[in-house]
Design a protein around this ligand. Structure first.
Ligand SMILES: NC(=O)c1ccc[n+]([C@@H]2O[C@H](COP(=O)([O-])OP(=O)(O)OC[C@H]3O[C@@H](n4cnc5c(N)ncnc54)[C@H](O)[C@@H]3O)[C@@H](O)[C@H]2O)c1
Length: 302
């Protein structure tokens, strides 16, 4: 039976990925310290190891499991927290990744799939992001992900560890919390459930590439199953404004949603969208959920 390790498998994206792997009959091991993940997200059939990815125990565990594939999602993924506490951010996102890669040296791993972020581009002058554009993160979180990426590619060059790096747009879906990266839809749905008004930063016309979590799962699955090594942006290629997000929420809840406008968030970029041409060509991946379907599922499975 094929063995997979999912780090961060009690978290938002990792738990959906673990569900999908279990459904396909894999032997799934989840490593998570539950710092933001939740026990109730864990699939029953997975083996759960409550460990810090930076620990010696994690390294020994990976060596003993001898996985075919590692999906590395565990991270300090809260951008604001990275700005308040860059040291912890670096220890988890860089140190934890190196710790796992060290364990991989002695394994014949088929694939190391890494969850990265379009935050590595920072405030790019290009509104449509592709893999070949210069990177220049604007947060310690983005920087730590970029440094982890560089360690991964170097471990491949030095020790032939095969990898796929996936740089996601704004992921959303059930189980997402208002914290973490790209959580605006989670913030909005949480406020709606409490009957609180929404606050829109700036004019609400800023656009992002929102990707439904099941599409991120399918990108990970494609990456884990294919031999090609590489770095890909994962997005729909469709920019959606905050006001359009609210409109879609209104359509699905059947109610008019009150909101107020706040100040622009300093450093926020106006438009960001990801061109999925390379991942489409190489991994055969394309998004299946548009905003309408994704919001509908998010509200239904809340
Ligand atoms: N959500 C997004 O929009 C988005 C966008 C781009 C990239 N990502 C990346 O995708 C991955 C998953 O993000 P998510 O949104 O599911 O976040 P999440 O916070 O829900 O999941 C992260 C998981 O990692 C675990 N974790 C944190 N530190 C750990 C440690 N030291 N040892 C073991 N486990 C630890 C947490 O408990 C949590 O379960 C992260 O690597 C994140 O950077 C997310």
């Amino acid at each position: 039976m094929k063995k997979a390790i999912v780090t961060g498998g009690a978290g938002f994206i990792g738990s959906h990925l673990a569900d999908s792997l279990i459904k396909d009959g894999l032997d799934v091991h989840i490593i998570d310290d539950l710092s933001s993940g939740k026990l109730e997200h864990l699939p029953d059939a997975a083996s759960f190891h409550q460990l810090d990815i930076s620990s010696q125990e994690t390294r020994e565990l990976i060596t003993s499991i001898k996985p075919d594939v590692i999906y590395h999602l565990a991270a300090q993924a809260d951008v604001n927290r990275s700005l308040d506490d860059p040291h912890t951010d670096m220890l988890v996102n860089v140190g934890g990744t190196i710790n796992i890669l060290e364990a991989c040296r002695s394994l014949s791993l088929k694939k190391f799939v890494f969850s990265s972020t379009s935050a590595v581009y920072g405030n790019s002058p290009e509104s449509v992001l592709t893999e070949d554009l210069p990177v220049s993160p604007l947060s310690y979180y983005g920087l730590s992900k970029l440094v982890a990426e560089r360690y991964i590619t170097l471990y491949h060059d030095l020790f032939s560890i095969p990898y796929t790096i996936l740089r996601y747009g704004n992921v959303y879906g059930p189980r997402q919390t208002a914290k973490g990266e790209g959580g605006v839809i989670a913030v909005f749905t949480e406020k709606l459930s409490k009957g609180e008004p929404l606050k829109v930063n700036g004019d609400g016309l800023q656009t992002r590439d929102y990707v439904y979590v099941q599409d991120i799962v399918s990108a990970n699955r494609a990456a884990g199953d294919i031999q090609d090594v590489g770095t890909f942006v994962v997005g729909t290629g469709i920019p959606t404004s905050l006001l359009e997000v609210i409109k879609t929420l209104e359509n699905h809840t059947g109610q008019s949603i009150p909101y107020t406008h706040g100040a622009d968030r300093p450093g926020d970029i106006k438009h960001s969208c990801l061109n999925p041409a390379l991942i489409n060509r190489t991994l055969g991946w394309a998004h299946r959920y548009d905003m309408d379907m994704g919001i509908s599922e998010t509200l239904r499975r809340r």
